[in-house]
Design a protein around this ligand. Structure first.
Ligand code: C2O
Length: 441
């Protein structure tokens, strides 16, 4: 449904309260169920939710404290809950065949033995993940640690997740899962092109691309700079000035925007210059409505990254969409291990987006390559230096048409079955996914 932009105030997803806290863990309960929500002003859309909210509620976790979530599936489709970016045991990873049947529930344990990072949880049921995520099964998981809390970064109400995704809302309100080129609605935190009232000070904005099948190129409409402080795997070593960010499905970018440069009463729009010609570029309008004190700042040193993995094992992966969604010529088979590795193995993976000869001549597609369990580093892009948003610890890396990237990672610390796949979820649902078996040393 075409709708006037900026008709909604942008909600900040609520933080879920634990049902119980122990010395070592926070216990939560979530129900996956349908709910009626207003995405486009004046229309009611039936969506699939975690706990009735679209997107799901935010979990705030602390490094060193376990999070245990009892997930109950009150939907009529199977689901699997995956913590994207999480270091978790295989049986808690939400593998595609390890689903929760309608009416059942299960416990997921997240040890939080990793550094502060903006993670997210989303559905991963085999062949269903794209549609389930599109219909609303995704939510934020913000993990903090002592190193991060010591920094003078904006916090509390000035630290806000912006979950950005496309949608197609029909004129009767139906949220319809379809091709990205037929998804003219752009949502931030579940509302069509909202406005967000901010104070004239610095904000930490945690950008998520939660699209099933779409990339963004985001900038402030006045072209002004902002500061990138983090990526998928948490804080960068040092801040990077950016004016435009390319993000594919699954990626997170953590930025600080200083709204004190704008007079109270003015606005600035976040726009997507990667929008289709048939779409509006506006994503979100920031309205600067008041002055506020600001003691926050972005220090020159943000964090210590773990040492660069020193890879000895090399592997190569080619992603293709024709004639089928494949990696190295095969579609996902849960009974076949595509990579067998060992805890502690340091590896260099070369990943290529090279379409097959049977693809139509003008066919161009983006991929976003994601691995479970580990964070990796991007070593090279197209044989040269890495791109502006390849910095820091990553779990998802973008591949434009014809591009090649080299990434390095060290497997561990858990042995078990994991996955790698394209995070354009239409691709992974179609089979562009492989199984990794990590063996104990
Ligand atoms: Cu965000 Cu295997 O997924």
């Amino acid at each position: 449904a075409p709708a006037a932009p900026f008709a909604h105030a942008m909600p900040v997803p609520r933080v879920l309260r634990p049902v119980r806290r122990t010395h070592t863990a926070d216990h939560y309960r979530m129900h996956m169920r349908e709910a009626d929500v207003e995405i486009v002003k004046g229309l009611t859309s039936r969506v699939r939710t975690y706990e009735g909210t679209f997107p799901g509620p935010t979990i705030r976790a602390r490094s060193g404290r376990e999070v245990v979530i009892r997930q109950t599936n009150d939907l009529d489709v199977p689901t699997a809950v995956h913590l994207h970016g999480g270091h978790v045991l295989s049986e808690h990873d939400g593998l595609p065949m390890d689903t929760i049947a309608p009416g059942d529930s299960r416990l997921y344990r997240y040890p939080n033995t990793q550094r502060a990072s903006s993670l997210w949880y989303h559905d991963h049921a085999h062949h269903l993940e794209a549609e389930n995520v599109f219909k609303g099964l995704h939510g934020q998981y913000l993990l903090t640690d002592r190193e991060e809390r010591r920094l003078p970064l904006p916090r509390g109400r000035y630290d806000v997740p912006l979950v950005i995704r496309d949608a197609r809302v029909e004129s009767d309100g139906t949220l319809k899962y379809t091709r990205p080129s037929d998804c003219p609605n752009m949502l931030v935190n579940g509302k069509e092109r909202p406005y967000f009232q901010v104070a004239a000070r610095k904000y930490r904005l945690r950008l998520y691309n939660a699209c099933a099948n779409r990339y963004f190129r985001l900038r402030l409409a006045d072209g002004s700079e902002f500061t990138q402080i983090g990526s998928d795997g948490g804080l960068l070593a040092e801040p990077v000035r950016q004016t435009e960010l390319t993000m594919l499905g699954g990626e997170r970018i953590d930025v600080v925007v200083d709204f004190s440069r704008y007079p109270v009463g003015s606005s600035v729009v976040l726009e997507n210059t990667g929008a289709l010609p048939t779409e509006r570029p506006e994503v979100l309008r920031f309205d600067v409505v008041r002055e506020a004190r600001d003691r926050s700042r972005v220090p020159d040193r943000l964090s210590e990254l773990p040492p660069m993995p020193n890879g000895t094992v090399e592997r190569e992966f080619v992603l293709q969409t024709f004639p089928e969604m494949t990696i190295n010529g095969v579609t996902y088979d849960p009974n076949r291990a595509d990579v067998v590795t060992t805890v502690g193995s340091s590896e260099v993976w070369t990943i290529r987006n090279i379409e097959s000869a049977v693809a139509p001549p003008d066919f161009h597609v983006w991929h976003s390559f994601h691995t479970h369990l580990v964070m990796f580093r991007v070593l090279e892009r197209n044989g040269g230096p890495v791109g502006p948003t390849d910095v820091g610890l990553k779990d998802t890396v973008t591949l434009g048409p014809g591009e090649e990237v080299k990434i390095a990672m060290t497997w561990g610390e858990y042995a078990g079955e994991y996955l790698f796949h394209c995070h354009q979820l239409g691709h992974s649902s179609g089979g562009q996914m492989g199984r990794i078996d990590v063996r104990a040393r």
